[in-house]
Ligand binder design. Structure first.
Ligand SMILES: C[S@@+](CC[C@H](N)C(=O)[O-])C[C@H]1O[C@@H](n2cnc3c(N)ncnc32)[C@H](O)[C@@H]1O
Length: 241
C-alpha cells in the first residue's frame, strides 16, 4: 500500500540516522534511507523510530549482556563485514547473532543462488522478527555454540564463511572461547570468520585478549580499515582457518 507523505524533508530513525525524504510517496513500512530498511511512517512529522531500532534498544535494556549495543550496525559496517567474509563466493554461510538483521540485510542479497545460509540467534523475539522479514531464510533459536549441529541438519559438514555480530567484550572468557571454538570447528580449512569490534574498545585489555584468542585459533588474522560511519566506529577482524 502506498500513501502520500507530506511531513517535511527529514526524519530520524532509531538507528540515529537523520533520513532525508526524497520521494513524495514511500512504501508503507519500508524506507531505503534507514539502515534497518524498515520504518514506521509518521503522518504528524514528529521524530519517529524504526521498528527494528526500537526493538533493538528495548532488548538491550532487557538483556544488555547478550545484545551488547544500543544501536544496530550501520549499512556501511554491514557491507564491510560481508565483503571481508567473501560471502558472494561462499557456498555455506552462517551468521552469529543477527539481532534485528542489520548485517543480514546486506548478507542475504550477496549470497550465491545455490548457497546454504542460516543464522544462530538466542533472542526469541529477534528470531520471530527475522523469520517474518526473511521467510525463505533459516533462523535457529539457539546459541551459536551449537552451530555444528545445524550444519549437519542442513546436510553439510563445514561452512565457508561465518559472519558474526556477537558482542564479544560483554561475554565471559569461557563463553568467548566456546563460541570461537564452535566457529573454528564449523569452518572448513581456509574458511573465513568475520566479526567487528568497536574502535574505542581496541586498547582495552579485554579486546586485546579477544584478538589474542583469535590469533591462537586462526592461521591468519587481519583487520579492516576503520568504518567511521557506524555508532560507534568499528573495524572488522577476520580470521582464516
Ligand atoms: C550487538 S547485537 C548485533 C546485532 C546485529 N548483528 C548488528 O550487528 O547490529 C548481538 C546479537 O547477538 C545475539 N547473541 C548473543 N549471544 C548469542 C549466542 N551465544 N548465540 C547467538 N546469538 C547470540 C544477541 O541476542 C544479539 O541479537
Amino acid at each position: 500500500m502506498e500513501f502520500a507523505h507530506g511531513s517535511g524533508c527529514f526524519q530520524y530513525c532509531a538507528c540515529g540516522n537523520l533520513i532525508r525524504l526524497c520521494a513524495k510517496t514511500i512504501r508503507r513500512g519500508h524506507y531505503a534511507g534507514c539502515p534497518e530498511g524498515l520504518m514506521i511512517p509518521d503522518r504528524t512529522g514528529r521524530k519517529h523510530a524504526s521498528v527494528h531500532g526500537l526493538k533493538f534498544l528495548k532488548e538491550f535494556i532487557a538483556n544488555p549482556g547478550d545484545v551488547g549495543s544500543v544501536t544496530p550496525s550501520s549499512k556501511q559496517l554491514a557491507a564491510v563485514v560481508v565483503e571481508t567474509a567473501r560471502v558472494p563466493q561462499a557456498k555455506v554461510v552462517v551468521e552469529f547473532g543477527p539481532g534485528t538483521g542489520a548485517i543480514t540485510q546486506a548478507l542475504i542479497p550477496s549470497l550465491r543462488p545455490d548457497a546454504t545460509f542460516f543464522a544462530m540467534e538466542i533472542n526469541e523475539d529477534f528470531v520471530n522478527l527475522l523469520r517474518k522479514q526473511y521467510p525463505s531464510a533459516t533462523f535457529h533459536h539457539d546459541s551459536a555454540e551449537n552451530t555444528q549441529k545445524y550444519l549437519k541438519k542442513a546436510g553439510v559438514e563445514y561452512c565457508d564463511a561465518i559472519v558474526s555480530g556477537l558482542p564479544w567484550t560483554f561475554f565471559t572468557e569461557p563463553l568467548q572461547e566456546n563460541l570461537l571454538d564452535a566457529a573454528l570447528h564449523a569452518l572448513r580449512p581456509g574458511g573465513l570468520f568475520a566479526t567487528y569490534v568497536y574502535v574505542s574498545s581496541l586498547p582495552l585489555p579485554s579486546s586485546v585478549k579477544f584478538r589474542n584468542k583469535l590469533k591462537a585459533r586462526f592461521s591468519h588474522v587481519s583487520m579492516s580499515r576503520i568504518v567511521w560511519r557506524n555508532v560507534p566506529p568499528a573495524i572488522v577482524v577476520c580470521g582464516r582457518k
